[in-house]
Design a protein around this ligand. Structure first.
Ligand code: ADP
Length: 484
């Protein structure tokens, strides 16, 4: 019998226990999908945030132990619960304050919490008497665990390979330098990292991980360039052989137009005509003219420059010679929200904006809109385009990161599932909408695009298989050892 691969998976958040952003989706889905493959003993560790509903999960005490700190050791407690067949450890201790949000605006405070958590997760290994083959940490919050691992050359730590999952490079944890030092993690002064990054959690993880995996293959390449490298591109180039990308999946049970109870009419790629009822219902809900010949464009996103939301008003203002309608769902930066409101005021017959977070409405939009605009400046992976394609809502997106990897635009009608444009400018966005508009005029061409997108495989199972390959390639890989 094959020996099962052992993985300790660390994240700041994981569904269903706690979800704030995309990381919660990934950490909630990937470990379970790996369990589903059967060949791996994977265990998830997250902080016991105050917002986790304690009563919802049976909890079992695992260990109480100490994490070293310059002012004296801090006590950590590990509790275990199981989500289906996935063991989950919840770590508590004084720096993980029950009244604090998962992420605050203060990285110094968050730095203490997540450095403590990272080290407590590492110290959990000898407590469990279970040594993983691979420590898989994610983003800056748990990068200190990888750095700390690289400083330990005794058993059981010495035998563990490390993998850092990179979901969003610009969020590096700057401000957490003091926390790292307090927990005995010195800056990597004798390294290729730029001076400003030598004490910052994410760069230290990037320095010390045996391998780095981004959430799409294109993003793995993009971070090596000045445009996307956030000042670390030179350094990352020195690690290029150890960087690869694996696309995220989506929860295909939750996002399923065939069984979605939140939409007016269920449908599949074979019963696409039934989709029209959802468009009618959505237009009616928003008081827009129900004309099936007018393309209904939508956006479901954070209202943020990363998402290129600022490009939309100018593009739409230039499109006064062709018909279109638009529904925007999003929340974010107030000045950008005001620009969207202004667009709505200026185009009362065309535009509606719901400036809030509303998951149920997002289902109705994916099921009812004809196309989804995603003009992102950068997009490590992106979920909205995959959800949209699954619902037959054709993406019009900037060709960057995971958008480039998931949307096919061959310029014609052979394999296309959407429309991609090169530059993050309102002109390029406008041109792509025009191209889409021309396609939309032919019902047959459009439904081909929809059907192809709906048949794509965006499952976590597909991602999990690629992670298994990567894990297997990392076992016995030469370990990065940092000398400070
Ligand atoms: P991000 O960079 O924000 O993580 P993703 O595309 O990876 O972007 O994921 C965004 C997720 O959040 C999608 O599931 C999308 O449907 C959802 N979402 C974004 N904004 C809203 C909103 N205002 N209301 C409901 N869902 C939203």
């Amino acid at each position: 019998m094959n020996k099962k691969l052992k993985i300790l998976y660390l994240a700041a958040e994981a569904e269903p226990l706690i979800k704030i952003g995309g990381l919660g989706d990934v950490a909630g889905s990937l470990p379970s999908a790996l369990v589903g493959l059967g060949d791996v003993d994977i265990r998830l560790v997250i902080p016991f945030h105050g917002a986790i509903q304690r009563q919802a999960y049976p909890l079992q005490h695992v260990a109480t132990y100490e994490v070293p700190h310059t002012n004296g050791p801090i006590v950590a407690e590990a509790l275990r619960t199981d989500i289906d067949e996935l063991p989950v450890y919840l770590i508590s201790g004084a720096p993980i304050r029950p009244d604090a949000p998962v992420y605050s605006h203060n990285t110094e405070v968050d730095g203490l919490k997540f450095t403590f958590f990272s080290l407590a997760a590492l110290e959990l290994i000898p407590q469990l008497g279970w040594t993983p083959d691979i420590l898989h940490a994610n983003d800056w919050h748990t990068a200190p665990a990888i750095y700390a691992l690289s400083l330990r050359d005794e058993l059981p730590f010495q035998a563990i390979a490390s993998l850092l999952g990179l979901h969003n490079l610009p969020y590096m944890g700057a401000g957490a330098e003091i926390a790292l030092a307090e927990f005995g993690l010195p800056p990597a002064t004798d390294s290729h990292l730029p001076y400003w990054a030598q004490g910052v959690p994410l760069p230290l993880g990037l320095l010390s991980a045996d391998h780095i995996v981004t959430v799409s293959p294109t993003y793995a390449q993009e971070i090596l360039t000045p445009e996307f490298g956030s000042g670390l591109d030179d350094f990352l180039q020195s690690r290029a052989d150890d960087i690869s990308g694996i696309l995220n999946g989506i929860n295909t049970r939750h996002w399923d137009p065939e069984s979605d109870q939140m939409i007016a009419s269920c449908y599949s790629w074979q019963t696409l005509d039934a989709r029209a009822i959802n468009k009618e219902a959505l237009l009616d809900e928003f008081g827009l003219n129900p004309d099936p010949k007018i393309p209904l464009l939508a956006m479901v996103n954070r209202i943020d420059p990363q998402k290129g939301v600022d490009l939309i008003p100018a593009a739409m203002r230039s499109l006064n010679d062709i018909p279109w309608q638009m529904i925007i769902l999003g929340t974010g930066i107030p000045t950008l929200e005001a620009e969207i409101r202004q667009l709505e005021t200026d185009f009362p017959k065309h535009v509606r904006a719901a400036l809030r977070f509303d998951s149920v409405l997002s289902h109705r939009i994916y099921a009812g809109a004809d196309a989804l605009l995603i003009p992102s400046r950068y997009e490590p992976c992106g979920l909205t385009q995959m959800i949209a394609m699954r619902y037959g809502c054709v993406p019009i997106a900037r060709a960057t990161g995971g958008l480039r990897d998931t949307i096919v635009d061959d310029g014609g009608s052979k394999a296309s599932t959407g429309f991609l444009f090169d530059q993050a400018t309102s002109q390029d966005l406008e041109a792509a909408i025009r191209k889409a508009g021309a396609f939309f005029a032919s019902r047959e061409s459009w439904s081909k695009l929809q059907r192809r997108g709906m048949q794509g495989d965006f499952s976590w199972e597909r991602s999990a298989k690629q992670y298994m390959k990567l894990y297997n390639s990392l076992v016995n890989k030469k370990k990065v050892v940092i000398k400070t």
